[in-house]
Ligand binder design. Structure first.
Ligand code: NAP
Length: 247
């Protein structure tokens, strides 16, 4: 595969190493420094484009890549209020795009575990909340993974009807799912879901030890999107491929 990278920070560099290890080729890197523009010429020469940049520029990147009719993997998080708009852009160009809140295999299995835990525990006297911790350089908050987990919990734990990501100044409503975000240090990403009852507590945690899992998943997604048309979410195809359920 000839790959064009957009964004050359932590993830861009991790993917570049993995691409080389796997015998693929990086033919273009956009935004090695801030004042550059998207490398349209390089992208024209690529089979697939992988974006790990920033929520501030990702929608514009997508628009430009779709104009060039290149399949695209979007790992960048924090732009999900624009999902419908982006889906429309992809459809208008008869393009191909796959995005993922978290590309690691472990996190996608964790989504299914949390979904099943909710289905079991919602029948008993449990409350549920979430906490995520990321390194001090992470720009978006809450994380894309936290948003995905909140979506799964609210689907499968009917007493929670409202996501609360703000600092709670008073009593929290029983219908509110509180998901707190902590930023600091070097954590690659920890997501913890806590189920609490009058008698006990269950804590489910996913901890990323490094960025390799995200990079591997992004390459899996690149391989998938090469021969497809349409707009996909990585978790949906992951569930279908592995046959795990995530109701
Ligand atoms: N889906 C997943 O599995 C997954 C996993 C990990 C991370 N992520 C997401 O991927 C994205 C990148 O993460 P990262 O850790 O690689 O971040 P990072 O180290 O900050 O790298 C971001 C890259 O984009 C560039 N950039 C940022 N804002 C820009 C702007 N306004 N104009 C031009 N270039 C800009 C940065 O340039 P500078 O170096 O000049 O700032 C850098 O090259 C984030 O949204 C993160 O949440 C997703």
């Amino acid at each position: 595969m000839k790959i064009a990278l957009i964004g050359y920070g932590n993830m861009g560099q991790e993917i570049e190493s993995l691409v080389k290890e796997n015998g693929h080729l990086v033919v273009s890197i956009s935004f090695k420094s801030r004042n550059e523009k998207l490398d349209l010429e390089g992208i024209r020469n690529a089979d697939v484009v992988i974006d790990f940049s920033s929520f501030e520029i990702v929608v514009d990147n997508i628009r430009q890549v779709m104009r060039l009719k290149k399949p695209m993997v979007v790992g960048t998080t924090g732009w999900y209020d624009n999902v419908k708009k982006v889906q429309k852009i992809v459809q208008q160009h008869n393009g191909s795009l796959i995005y993922g809140q978290n590309f690691s295999v472990g996190a996608n299995i964790f989504f299914s575990i949390v979904s099943h835990a909710c289905l079991l525990l919602t029948k008993y006297d449990y409350d549920v909340f979430g906490i995520e911790t990321h390194h001090s350089g992470k720009k978006d908050s809450p994380s894309g993974t936290a948003r995905k987990l909140a979506e799964i919990i609210m689907k499968n734990f009917p007493s929670k009807t409202k996501l609360q990501i703000e600092r709670v100044q008073g009593l929290i409503g029983k219908n509110e799912l509180h998901f707190a975000s902590v930023r600091g240090g070097r954590n690659f990403g920890q997501h913890e879901i806590v189920f609490d009852s009058p008698s006990d507590e269950i804590r489910l945690t996913h901890q990323a030890w490094n960025r390799k899992g995200f990079a591997k998943g992004a390459l899996l997604a690149a391989n998938f999107i090469l021969s497809k048309k349409g707009f996909y979410n990585f978790n949906d195809i992951f569930i279908k491929t592995l046959g795990v359920s995530n109701k």
